[in-house]
Design a protein around this ligand. Sequence first.
Ligand SMILES: NC(=O)c1ccc[n+]([C@@H]2O[C@H](COP(=O)([O-])OP(=O)(O)OC[C@H]3O[C@@H](n4cnc5c(N)ncnc54)[C@H](O)[C@@H]3O)[C@@H](O)[C@H]2O)c1
Length: 371
Amino acid sequence: MADRAPIGVGVIGCGSVSRKYIPHLLRLNVPRPRVDIRLLCDVDPDRKAEVAARYAIDRFSTDPEAVFADPAIDLVLVLTSMPEHGHLARAALEAGKHVLVEKPMAMTVEEAAHLVELAGRSPGFLLPAPHVVLSPTYQAMWRRLHRGDVGTVRTARGFYGWAGPDWGQWFYKPGGGPMFDLGVYNVTTLTGLLGPAKRIVALSGVAIPERVVDGEMTKVETDDNAQLLLDFGDARYAVVTTGFTIQKYRVPGIELYGSDGTIQMIGDDWAPKGYELWQNKAGCWQIFEDTSGWPWTDGIRHLVECVETGTPPHITPEHAFHVLEIMTKSMESGRTGRALDIESTFTLPRFEGADLLGTGAERDHAPGSAE
Ligand SMILES: NC(=O)c1ccc[n+]([C@@H]2O[C@H](COP(=O)([O-])OP(=O)(O)OC[C@H]3O[C@@H](n4cnc5c(N)ncnc54)[C@H](O)[C@@H]3O)[C@@H](O)[C@H]2O)c1
């Protein structure tokens, strides 16, 4: 691998999220060059001066076609507003590139199904965000569950919300909204840990009809508040709470209640900080901290590694497709009031091995005892 030429990279979309991915790409070049950022692209020409000042990169285009047409570009990041993801990821795959696409990979299940099919026959890997399954916390929790450390999980919860962005009008138009932007993390984590969901029902609607975005009063045209129920079969249920309706919270991002114990993630699943474990047989809470500082942009490190080694990514388009079917049906269920079957399924790579995030610190379960 040492004598491999750096992977040529093109970045499409140079807004807020690119300010996390581009520095991550640059960090991959220490201690040896692994990526070469060949071209930055944004339809907004004003981004050119911004990225030149920020990264000293002046190779810029307002036309995504320039990225797809460049034979020196092996890997494309699609970091645009959500409605653009599907067609840009598709064009990049058709051009033979490896693709990291921010979430969700497409707006509709039809568009996503085409991407999954295309990824199956194209030379490039397709890695859709979010990258939660790569985090040490997620993988340690996965191992706990699959070792049977809390028994059979029958009740679970995911939570992620905030007051909502005051930039990007598209967040509040069809194709935006908190389920696609935030709930996507919870749905990915819960289905990754518990397996494919079989049925969903949701309450989903517009709670705040107007708000100020980019300095302008904006009409909210997509659901901004949702409670989603997931049925995993055999009366095993999970709930996902998400919305641009939440100011602050102090609850775990993920809670899993098993027949012999409980696991709660510490922090959010997009930036987990470990987990707390209750086992009836131990009779106390144990805390397993994740001090790795795992970044939510980690998918780019993983994809670069996969391209270098020719190994398929741990994140699969089939899982992202399943998550998209759940999210789109959540909005449909909110409109119709009906429970809806989930037709897609997926298998995930197994995270065998011993890493459970250290040995854990025992804590008496009396409230406030040993924080
Ligand atoms: N902002 C965050 O903290 C965050 C975190 C994780 C994931 N995301 C996801 O990342 C994506 C981007 O979010 P953001 O906050 O960076 O949005 P943003 O609005 O700040 O940036 C998006 C950029 O994409 C450009 N763009 C739009 N269509 C384009 C096209 N066809 N070709 C080239 N450029 C195009 C826009 O001009 C804009 O500069 C979204 O899917 C979002 O859900 C955002």
